[in-house]
Ligand binder design. Structure first.
Ligand code: ATP
Ligand code: MG
Length: 402
């Protein structure tokens, strides 16, 4: 096969390993994606050289888990994971391998991989090495484990979620045997850390074929092993939402909790169960709260530009299944036209109010600033110190007259 960028860029790494008497191949996702004609993500390289040898052969390396066989090699501004051929002999609690053994057989290294489509290698000439029928499964659009699915899920139950997430990304079908094993062994997923599940869940939601993937989570009952998911919440409009048209993870999780119909308190504990970082949790909640809201000046001010645009996008997708960019553009203009973007933009501060009122500080300051802010946002009051002081005087007068 004719090899193109980004593989050609990594060829010097294979050369160096070859020159020193080692085997070296491209493996895993990049090989799958080149056969699919998809955009290539990271390029992973597998070799029979030990991690110490890899470190000694290249000038710039980073140890990212030598005990598992992986060293990052930096070449010409790009980083590549170079991993020693290995088997994962013993598994602890259906999770991570207890220990990995370095080996010299490419074939065995390929056989330890999760799915046939992920278990191919490509040599320096672009020849595909496929011991597991991965090419055929790509042609037939089929996802199945390498070897007996029940055994492979026993070793590492995360593979069940990985199968569903690749289905979501590629629109493939699950092979019957793999689906059967999943139904039978779904409880094994309970042993997997939320952190690992979350990575797969986020990729699953972002997949173009997410609807089928969610239906599969339901039909296999895998969802029962995922934090906070209940059957009655995973309704049609939840499934059909095009998450893939969103950008950041805050939007994805924001849409997710909105469509699940969680109130704020439920959403906080749901996202905590999924172990989202504090920042991501806060952003996702803010975004979900503003879905379907009326965008007056005060809401725009409170939400801020990012939350405004994200929740507007989710609102559009929820009702129309597409994004209306001109509406987003118009919203951005309205936001830009706000007289103030934050409280500090007001022409008066708390201190000014204290001087003006000749009063000591207290709760009244926040209340009064809030009144001023509202009037300025609604264009009833010019954001200028003298104007504001006059306006406050007029308000006082009004109160006296009432
Ligand atoms: P992506 O493009 O999403 O990164 P990928 O195929 O590169 O997809 P990774 O999670 O980066 O997926 O894993 C790299 C490779 O390691 C996979 O292609 C697969 O061969 C192997 N692999 C990953 N996770 C497992 C697992 N749980 N069990 C067995 N092999 C795995
Ligand atoms: Mg990868």
């Amino acid at each position: 096969m004719q090899m193109n960028e980004p593989f050609t860029h990594a060829i010097p790494i294979l050369h160096t390993l070859h020159e020193h008497g080692h085997q070296a191949y491209f493996v895993g996702g990049a090989v799958r994606d080149v056969l699919l004609g998809r955009e290539i993500g990271d390029i992973d390289i597998a070799t029979d050289a030990t991690p110490d040898t890899v470190e000694s052969l290249f000038e710039k390396t980073v140890d990212v888990g030598k005990e598992h066989g992986t060293v990052i090699v930096l070449h010409d501004g790009v980083s590549y994971e170079v991993t020693t051929f290995r088997t994962e002999s013993e598994y602890e609690d259906f999770r991570r391998p207890k220990e990995v053994a370095f080996i010299t057989s490419l074939k065995e290294d390929l056989l330890r991989r999760d799915l046939t489509i992920n278990a191919m290698a490509m040599d320096i000439n672009g020849e595909i090495i496929d011991h597991v029928g991965g090419k055929q499964d790509i042609e037939r659009k089929r996802i199945q484990t390498v070897g007996d699915p029940a055994c492979r899920f026993q070793e590492d139950a995360l593979r069940m979620m990985r199968a569903v997430r690749f289905l979501s990304q590629l629109g493939f079908e699950l092979a019957d045997e793999t689906a059967e094993a999943m139904k039978k062994d779904k409880h094994l997923l309970a042993n997997i850390s939320v952190e690992r599940k979350k990575i797969e869940m986020e990729k699953l939601l972002k997949g173009r074929h997410c609807q089928q993937a969610i239906q599969l989570l339901i039909s296999t009952k895998l969802y029962e092993e995922l934090p906070g998911l209940k059957a009655d919440r995973l309704h049609e409009s939840f499934q059909a939402f095009p998450y893939y048209l969103l950008d950041g993870l805050d939007e994805i999780w924001g849409a997710f909790i909105h469509l699940l119909g969680l109130d704020k308190e439920e959403a906080v504990s749901f996202l905590k169960e999924w172990k989202l970082s504090t920042k991501l949790l806060k952003d996702a909640i803010a975004i979900s709260q503003y879905v379907d809201c009326d965008w007056d000046a005060e809401n725009m001010f409170k939400a801020g530009e990012h939350v405004l645009l994200s929740s507007l996008k989710i609102t559009q997708l929820k009702h129309e299944r597409r994004i209306f960019f001109d509406e987003l553009e118009a919203a951005k203009h309205s936001y830009d036209a706000l007289p103030i973007k934050k409280l500090q933009d007001l022409a008066v501060s708390g201190k000014d109010l204290m001087a003006f009122r000749q009063k000591t500080s207290g709760k009244w300051i926040a209340e009064e600033l809030d009144l001023v802010k509202k009037a300025v946002l609604q264009n009833r009051l010019e954001n200028r110190k003298e104007a504001i002081e006059e306006w406050l005087k007029a308000c006082d007068q009004q109160l006296e007259n009432d």
